[in-house]
Write a protein that binds this ligand. Sequence first.
Ligand code: 3PG
Length: 307
Amino acid sequence: MPKILVATVKPFAPVAVEQIKKIVEEAGYDFALLEKYEDAEELKRAVADVNALIVRSDKITSEIINAAPKLKIVVRAGAGYDNIDLKAATEKGVVVMNTPGQNSNAVAELVLGMMVYLARNQFNGKPGTELKGKTLGLHAYGHVGKRVAEIAKGFGMPLYAFDPFIPKEIIEKDGVEAVPSVEELYATCQYVSLHIPANEKTIKSINYELMSRMPQNAVLVNTARKEIIDEEGLLKMFAERPDFKYISDIAPDCAAEIGEKYPGRFFFTPKKMGAQTAEANINAGIAAAKQIVNFFEKGDRTFQVNK
Ligand code: 3PG
């Protein structure tokens, strides 16, 4: 009988854990839980006899995979799988999946929430600005970008998107203008919201050259990954453009310098919070558990990312 381990440094909401456990046990499998573990050694010990693993942003390195000789599948309950060593998993014949779309509403709500928070001067009592009528650019139009567009429409923001992988007609059907180049997106939009993954092509790709194209009172919103930002370029933007602001779901490495020099022009969540809602945990957790059961029972590999 397969043993499924939920291993999360940042735990799911208890209600989500209950539902994952129920699916696993109803399938007749063993359920194990490891939350808030201290280090890789603890995770290595816990994976020694498991057949399947459900994780969040937990680092699944080759060391962890090698410590799990019975492992057949890892499901990242969420969208980005840059925390998993796909090469090591593939070499060991371990299937890796994500659960696309399951936590996107939570991330999208945080985007707009943080935008309002900064536009209103972090609720310090001084007059702020409104989002209505301000241009919003979506850098990538996947599940999160599309959901941000739906919500931002209610705020009355003119919407633009750049996504080379999604046909123009699909984007424009949603009332969002598809722009032909990333440069044009940044040049057009006062707000730009990032929804690209972190990989060898995108790491440090949001650089000064791109950011400096943004119009006056530019606000860059990052609920993707801190690694996609070129922090040298970010600091240059802060120094040269007193109108520029940066909002990020997780602080950049240069947060202390920004905090010291540019008060009021940034907001960073203390911990990655995009998917930290009960609903997102339930959706992604249930999807992960079901994908594992379908994999063992029917060989279903629909959401495999290391093909
Ligand atoms: C994702 O890639 O799905 C989000 O970044 C959420 O990450 P988390 O599960 O670690 O909160």
